[in-house]
Design a protein around this ligand. Structure first.
Ligand code: ATP
Length: 245
């Protein structure tokens, strides 16, 4: 494949009326890269990820303009299911798990492709990668803490073997220790599988160690982008997100 894994051009997302949540965003993610999207509440980060990864037909919100190219193909406006089949998975802000099922059952409930043996091997591989999961396989997911549920949600998405994993505010509401666990997990995904990541995150300190490039969104538009070191070191980001003068 020539060109980037994901290319977003002039993407516009609206929930109806005149207001737009994402206003002509351009974004490029190359294979193997970790891309960070920063922005205040309501800046349009979630809408951007959903605009890329697909709105389910039952959900509000729509892509009104622009184009999303994934692995060289135009995938603009496809459903989340169709996107997942092509190798693009989204972990939503509050990762969904089945509370009454055990951790193991949650993993096995993922609609993986391949033969039974292949599916089992993949569950074993993901389990082995994350000791936290291996230790809790028989625990009902409802008994997990918020951070643990996030980890399980990410692990479930990994079973789809995505080429691009989009993670929406994985650290939201988590304790500092849980945030560290989540980012350790993402780091090992990149190291072991070379998965490309597009991460929406307000916790800049947690995200900066894994990010290659960064975009800053304000009221639906990109106001700053470039190598993560430059963007996160900029005056604007330091003042707004790190509280530094
Ligand atoms: P947060 O960090 O609070 O999740 P965000 O940066 O992810 O914010 P979005 O959730 O994408 O931002 O919201 C962008 C804009 O779209 C906001 O003005 C918001 O009010 C609007 N919006 C988001 N979801 C909906 C919805 N389901 N219906 C109508 N408007 C919405």
């Amino acid at each position: 494949m020539n060109g980037p894994l994901l290319e977003v051009r002039s993407l516009t997302v609206s929930y109806g009326g005149d207001s737009v949540a994402v206003d002509g965003v351009d974004l490029v993610v190359r294979e193997g890269e970790v891309c960070l999207v920063l922005g205040a509440n309501g800046a349009g980060k979630t809408s951007l990820l959903r605009g890329i990864g697909g709105f389910a037909s039952s959900e509000p919100g729509r892509v009104r303009g622009g184009r999303v190219t994934f692995a060289g193909a135009d995938v603009t406006g496809l459903s989340p299911r169709a996107m997942a089949r092509r190798g693009l998975a989204l972990v939503p802000e509050e990762a969904k798990v089945f509370a009454s099922l055990t951790v193991d059952e949650n993993l096995r409930a993922v609609p993986m492709s391949g033969s039974r043996a292949v599916r089992r091997a993949l569950v074993d591989e993901v389990t082995a990668m994350f000791p936290f999961i291996a230790e809790r396989l028989n625990l009902p997911a409802g008994q997990l803490s918020g951070g643990e549920r996030q980890l399980l949600g990410i692990a479930r998405s990994l079973l789809l073997k995505p080429r691009l994993l989009m993670v929406d505010e994985a650290s939201l509401g988590l304790s500092p220790i849980a945030v560290e666990l989540v980012f350790d997990m993402l780091r090992s995904v990149v190291a072991s599988w070379g998965t490309t990541l597009l991460v929406v995150e307000q916790n800049v300190r947690a995200a900066q160690s894994i990010s290659d490039n960064a975009y800053v969104l304000e009221t639906g538009s990109v106001v700053l982008s470039g190598p993560a070191g430059d963007v996160l070191g900029s005056e604007r980001v330091r003042q707004t997100y790190l509280g530094l003068e």
